[in-house]
Write a protein that binds this ligand. Structure first.
Ligand SMILES: NC(=O)c1ccc[n+]([C@@H]2O[C@H](COP(=O)([O-])OP(=O)(O)OC[C@H]3O[C@@H](n4cnc5c(N)ncnc54)[C@H](O)[C@@H]3O)[C@@H](O)[C@H]2O)c1
Ligand SMILES: [Zn+2]
Length: 327
């Protein structure tokens, strides 16, 4: 099966699905420039992630661990959601039931507009008091070391689930339920080696869901899922949805325009958008809504009202701005 056939298959499955669950990992944020963990990116001053992201490491040397998190906060603070994040934010409005389980702690899904999600490994922009347990948002970059709790003045730690720690039982339960009750599950940009997150796909598959993997490289999932699409998340994820959403008229308009067609995005006041073809043919309710997550007022990379974007015949958005660039 070619990749195009695979994308068509996913599109067909999605159009018949009532419940969709998505699991994402570091790979979805890689296209925003956030480094993944496995491979050379996982090294920082010759430490491995497994030596830093643990309660033992924090007990031994909290300054070192905070320095590492400051380094990561600095990298992530400058990044924006990419079209894959935006497409998932859009997807949550299209199905009766939708749940996004992310292992990422970068906050880019929420920044793109996702609300139906479990951040099962925590949030790099929150801190938790080691004494009173208070959780608060903290976006300081760099955070002054040692950072103190605003309530009791004691040391705070990143509000992140470290190796050897358990997931929040409420978020875990919610995620497990979503995995076991969906028609389609998408597994995007995760190496599938961190447990218990790696169990959600087998849960879904055993319960009868159609499980699709989207990853740049083969993973342990590749052999067991119903369909594996190899490629970049920011390219494939919107494509699945865009092909799903791009009506015949929209596609015709794009095809008539040749290699690249300019379509006008007309943002509505409610933050949603329609695409208006240059032919004067309103290809309504199509791919611009995929970008709606980026159109929320104040969202980084927000489209201005009535802005021109480029659309390829296959429905891919080829926006000239780096933050939205595909492929
Ligand atoms: N952005 C983040 O918040 C972030 C970044 C690094 C690690 N983490 C944490 O590290 C743990 C690591 O597990 P993981 O599986 O999420 O990450 P991982 O680093 O183990 O694996 C990343 C996966 O993404 C794939 N990938 C890389 N670029 C891609 C792209 N452009 N499109 C599609 N796939 C791509 C790789 O082939 C790999 O399989 C998680 O617990 C997570 O919390 C989070
Ligand atoms: Zn406290």
């Amino acid at each position: 099966m070619t990749r195009e056939d695979g994308i068509d298959e996913v599109r067909a499955r999605l159009s018949n699905a009532r419940a969709v669950t998505v699991l994402t990992g570091a790979g979805i944020s890689a296209d925003s420039g956030v480094p993944t963990f496995r491979g050379a990116d996982g090294l920082w001053r010759n430490f491995r992630v497994e030596e830093l992201a643990t309660p033992e490491a924090f007990a031994r040397d909290s300054r070192l661990v905070w320095e590492w998190y400051n380094w990561r906060r600095e990298i992530i603070a400058a990044k924006l959601p990419n079209p894959a994040h935006a497409a998932l934010a859009d997807m949550e409005r299209r199905f009766d039931r939708f749940w996004l389980i992310t292992q990422n702690v970068d906050g880019l899904h929420r920044q793109a507009g996702s609300t139906k999600l479990s951040e099962i490994h925590g949030d790099i922009w929150k801190v938790r008091c080691t004494a009173c347990g208070r959780v608060e948002e903290n976006r300081e970059v760099p955070i002054p070391i040692p950072p103190a709790c605003s309530a009791c003045g004691k040391l705070v730690r990143p509000h992140i689930v470290w190796f050897g720690e358990s997931l929040d039982p409420v978020e875990f339960g919610r995620s497990q339920e979503a995995a076991q009750s969906c028609d389609v599950m998408l597994i995007i940009g995760t190496s599938g080696v961190v447990y218990p997150a790696a169990m959600f796909a087998p849960f879904a598959q055993t319960a009868g869901a159609f499980v699709v993997e989207i990853n740049r490289d083969p993973t342990p999932y590749t052999e067991i899922v119903a369909l594996s699409l190899q490629g970049r998340a920011s390219e494939i994820v919107p494509q699945q949805l865009l092909k799903l959403r791009l009506g015949e008229r929209g596609r015709d308009a794009a095809q008539r325009g040749g290699a690249r067609t300019e379509l006008r995005v007309a943002a509505e006041d409610d933050g949603d958008a329609v695409i208006v073809g240059d032919s004067g043919d309103p290809a309504q309710d199509v791919l611009a809504s995929t970008l709606a997550g980026m159109q929320r007022p104040g969202a980084p990379g927000a489209l201005a009202k009535s802005e021109r974007i480029l659309v390829a015949p296959d429905g891919l958005v080829c926006d000239p701005r780096p933050a939205l660039r595909l492929g």
